[in-house]
Design a protein around this ligand. Structure first.
Ligand code: ADP
Ligand code: MG
Length: 498
């Protein structure tokens, strides 16, 4: 071999070695980045861990806070608000009634006709529209004029058959925000939640605001009740099954109510009701306990929200927030590695990832996770390999599993407070027969998150059995109430009239 050839061969070897070195270097770098991402996931999993022992601590804390909130005004982060609802619809109500429901994302209008027997409940017309986002930080006048206008259009569509002429239409106003009631048909807004920010409305009577707007439009409608959405769901549950004593909503926000004995409502001594009980609106979204597994993502989400230091439980379990927790994890992963490709500015936008998309990714059953790829693409993240898509699904799973399990702990906390969790029976070692004396308890559940996100629902129901045990769980029935808040509120108005 001549000198030139040797030099060439040597150069080729050097070149090959350096290419190999670059490739190995890249592979090592990419492995290191992958390891970083896996560590972020592991850290998330640990921080969101909800073993049954921890859930039981949350159950106890919920029951303790309920007691404290009933004992004195301001005694707990749980407001435990009076609703002035003591009698729930029985099934014998008659007539035609309306409900207007302002939720966190949607407003709904419907009409029900009741024939005097349970089976004669006819939900005749249901309209559901997204709340135009500009209304959420407008003025009370703009908001209520819009609602009155929507009701007017609803009634115009009715034709003559639905309501005999000259009879005032009785309306329930289902309002999914905290209200301090002075009667069943009046109460003032305590604060906004779920991103609403019309500050001049705080302290105003909500029913009066709506009645005023209806009068201004010349609508012959009477706001007969102001009903929290959970109380609406409880009313529908009770109408169908009188063992229903708890109702929970998992929608944009989350809240619960239940039937309490009036003598247990210590902060309102002398409260007289014919039934000896009253529905209490817990406003459980504001529940807090040091046992809740909180992550850095929760802390940042809260700090950047319009209601920071408020609604801590809601921010871990409700539809408005789950998507944003997932987004924050993905954003951090994309910042600390390049596995999501070039950084996407969209990913930095709060609330751009909706919980609907989280469930669509989580429940994507295509082999290549095409739905995940599509949703990531909408977030400005294209062409990520399958293993990265799987990682995203795992993040959705961790966040939603925590939410479902904490939701179950909340429900078990209510059951504990009212003595329906079996703790009086089983844990004190009574006989099997006494355990069987446990009362059947129905929990009415509604809201878009619960109705549409199967994995959330399954995690919740699984954890409830884990907490209560197989035996007691047999007596606790969780019943889905589609549109329960609105339908139930109309039934409640019917029961007031009969
Ligand atoms: P509102 O809170 O206005 O009363 P809903 O009870 O219908 O309305 O809840 C709507 C919320 O439910 C949405 O904002 C979303 O967070 C959640 N949601 C709706 N559909 C889905 C879905 N398919 N998967 C996950 N969450 C959903
Ligand atoms: Mg709702």
């Amino acid at each position: 071999m001549g000198k030139v050839a040797v030099a060439f061969a040597a150069a080729a070897v050097v070149a090959a070695c350096s290419v190999a070195a670059v490739m190995v270097g890249r592979r090592m770098k990419s492995r290191r980045k992958w390891r970083t991402v896996v560590e972020i996931l592991k850290e998330l999993e640990d921080a969101c861990d909800t073993p049954v022992g921890r859930l039981r601590q949350v159950v106890d804390a919920m029951a303790v806070e309920m007691h404290a909130g009933l004992a004195s005004e301001g005694g707990s982060k749980l407001k435990m608000l009076l609703t002035f609802v003591d009698d729930l619809p029985k099934g014998t109500e008659k007539g035609t009634y309306y409900a207007l429901h302002l939720g966190g994302t949607y407003f709904r209008i419907l009409r029900v006709h009741l024939g005097g027997q349970r089976s004669y409940l006819d939900v005749q017309d249901v309209e559901r529209h997204p709340i135009p986002s500009h209304l959420m930080n407008s003025t009370s006048e703009v908001l209520f004029n819009f609602l009155a206008f929507s009701l007017e259009r609803f009634i115009e569509k009715e034709g003559n058959g639905s309501n005999s002429q000259g009879v005032k239409r009785e309306l329930a106003f289902t309002f999914s925000f905290p209200v301090k009631h002075t009667s069943i048909s009046s109460g003032v807004l305590i604060k906004w939640t779920k991103g609403f920010e019309i500050s001049e409305m705080v302290g105003k009577d909500i029913a009066e605001c709506l009645q005023g707007a209806l009068n201004r439009r010349g609508l012959d409608m009477h706001v007969a009740a102001l009903v929290n959405d959970t109380v609406g769901a409880l009313s529908l549950g009770y109408y169908h099954d009188p063992d229903t004593v708890v109702a929970v909503v998992f929608g944009t926000g989350s809240n619960a109510c239940y039937l309490e004995r009036t003598d247990a409502i210590i902060k309102c001594q002398g409260l007289l009701t014919t039934s000896g009980s009253m529905v209490v609106n817990m406003e459980w979204g504001n529940f807090w306990s040091s046992h809740l597994p909180r992550t850095s993502y929760d802390i940042d989400l809260d700090a950047e929200s319009s209601n920071s230091n408020d609604m801590g439980f809601e921010k871990m379990i409700a539809g408005m927030y789950l998507g944003d927790i997932v987004r924050r994890v993905i954003l951090r992963m994309s910042q600390e590695s390049d596995i999501f490709g070039p950084s996407s500015s969209l990913l930095s936008e709060p609330y751009v990832l909706r919980t609907n998309s989280v469930s669509a990714m989580h429940e994507d059953d295509t082999p290549e996770l095409q739905e995940v790829a599509r949703i990531l693409k909408d977030l400005g993240v294209s062409d990520v390999p399958l293993k990265v898509r799987k990682l995203v699904v795992k993040v959705c799973d961790v966040v939603t599993r925590r939410a479902g399990r904490l939701a179950a702990a909340g429900i078990a906390g209510i059951l504990k407070k009212i003595g329906r969790d079996g703790s009086g029976g089983i844990t004190s070692g009574r006989s099997r027969n006494e355990v069987l004396m446990q009362k059947r308890t129905v929990v009415a559940v509604e809201g878009g998150l619960y109705m549409n996100y199967t994995m959330f629902r399954e995690y919740m129901e699984e954890a409830l059995v884990e907490i209560l045990g197989e035996e007691v769980s047999q007596y606790v029935v969780v019943k889905a109430m589609e549109d329960g808040s609105s339908i139930g509120s109309a039934l409640l108005v019917a029961s007031l009239q009969s």
